[in-house]
Design a protein around this ligand. Sequence first.
Ligand code: ZN
Length: 137
Amino acid sequence: MLTSINHIGIAVKDLEASKARYSLLFGVEKFHEETVETQKVQIASFSLNGILIELTAAISDDSPIANFINKRGEGIHHIAFTSDSISDDLSKAKENGIKLINEYPVPGAHDMHIAFLHPGSTGGVLMEFCQPQQSNK
Ligand code: ZN
């Protein structure tokens, strides 16, 4: 079951410039920073009342984030929903005709299992399901 919004992914060109902007706006003093090899990105995130804002920059030209920025420019990239059983939620989505980018969960930031749904079958919204590893079934 999908239980809440986990994070909002924002595609940025320059992580440092973006961090400076969010620091100013939200008074963020410390970002969680991490490289996610499966997505070829570097992230800097902070929590707003339990919902993460995840600034995401490409670390290689073939990163999905590099493709996104080339096509559409910087901006909101995806919305991630917390799942208490990502495999079940992926199966359910697939049964209902949703095209999946990740048929199986892959390692994501914050030690979570993540999987993306294809925006072509979700009305143009790139959705991610994510499950913290400690709550694996
Ligand atoms: Zn994400």
